[in-house]
Design a binder for this molecule. Structure first.
Ligand code: PBG
Ligand code: ZN
Length: 321
């Protein structure tokens, strides 16, 4: 026999040499849900291990994470007053701006802060934009999202991440940031965000379930990989710094193809439903949590993601997986 591939699998030392893909915790981004108040740590029942935090408790938890090397966070606001147009999303002292300021004050540039920019946690109807004639109106929504991105950036966010899927918002946000002299604020676009049932637990956490209809008029149809590449190309042309695919596990083909198409970094979002499925099965001892989580992380890296947004980040870093 000329070829015996098993020779390079004989022991851990040679397996390390043969390993084609590496995962490192520097790839991880940890999402947080922030709400107003003090001394709040409120568990989210559909996402075991994940909590809502008030800004003071957020600072404490981020400090614990930083000690273990988690230096990138993605912030979501929740519990703000809801209205038809989601105005609380861009008040100067909106909860996300408060959280950003508290984190920057405590951690300076040790911590890289990304904020989610979308209206759905702030609108009474739960849609990601503003409604006119029963539909989500693209350009009115973009105008509100621009204001929200500016509030976050002015508070000190290092990167804003629009997750609304309105057309043209990346370019308009980039222009507005530049006009406000916020040229260093980066944009990570949720470029390829599919209308997915895997967001279920998140919507409970953010209280952002649409009160009528669904998100299919703005989020993508999961049957359309070519359209996905088109969406990513538009965001790149509009000035996005990083392109994201979401969800991750069910869309690794899209991550791999985007990695081939763009020269920008590619991120993937290992979403709430993907997380909670692993947690639920592991809780019943049907799967080994560490092994499954790390298999998934390597799958993201192998597909070409340079950045992995995941609720597993703290389990990985705290336990040194
Ligand atoms: C809001 C938003 C969602 C997620 C991130 N930003 C939910 C949605 O679009 O309904 C999902 C995150 C997750 O499931 O972990 N635009
Ligand atoms: Zn939204």
């Amino acid at each position: 026999m000329i070829y015996r591939p098993r020779r390079l699998r004989i022991n851990p030392i040679i397996r390390e040499v043969a390993a084609e893909v590496r995962f490192h915790k520097d790839m991880l981004v940890y999402p947080y849900f922030v709400e107003k108040g003090k001394n709040i740590t409120a568990p989210i029942s559909s996402m075991p291990g994940i909590n809502h935090f008030s800004p003071d408790m957020l600072v404490k938890d981020v400090e614990r994470g930083l000690k273990k090397g988690i230096n990138k966070v993605l912030l979501f606001g929740s519990g703000e007053e809801k209205s038809a147009e989601g105005k609380a999303a861009y008040n100067k002292d909106t909860i996300v701006a408060q959280a950003v300021k508290a984190l920057k004050k405590n951690f300076k540039d040790e911590l890289y802060i990304i904020t989610d920019v979308c209206l759905c946690a702030y609108t009474s109807h739960g849609h990601c934009g503003i409604i006119r004639n029963g539909r989500v109106h693209n350009d009115l929504s973009v105008a509100a999202l621009v204001r929200m991105a500016l509030v976050h950036a002015e508070a000190g966010a290092d990167m804003v991440a629009p997750s609304d899927m309105m057309d043209g918002r990346v370019g308009i946000i980039r222009q507005a940031l530049d006009d406000a002299n916020l040229t260093d604020t980066a944009i990570m676009a949720y470029s390829i965000k599919f209308a997915s049932a895997y967001y279920g637990p998140f919507r409970e956490a953010a209280d952002s379930t649409p009160q009528f209809g669904d998100r299919k008029s703005y989020q993508m149809d999961f049957r359309n990989p070519n359209e996905a590449m088109k969406e990513a190309g538009l965001d790149e042309a509009e000035g996005a710094d990083i392109l994201m695919v979401k969800p991750a596990l069910a869309y690794l083909d899209v991550v791999a193809r985007l990695r081939q198409q763009t020269l920008l970094p590619v991120a993937c979002y290992n979403v709430s439903g993907e997380y909670s499925m692993v947690k639920a099965a592991a809780g019943r001892k049907w799967i080994d949590e560490k092994s499954v989580v790390m298999e998934n992380m390597h799958a993201f890296a192998r597909a070409g993601a340079g950045l992995i947004i995941t609720y597993h980040a703290r389990d990985i870093s705290d336990n040194g997986w």
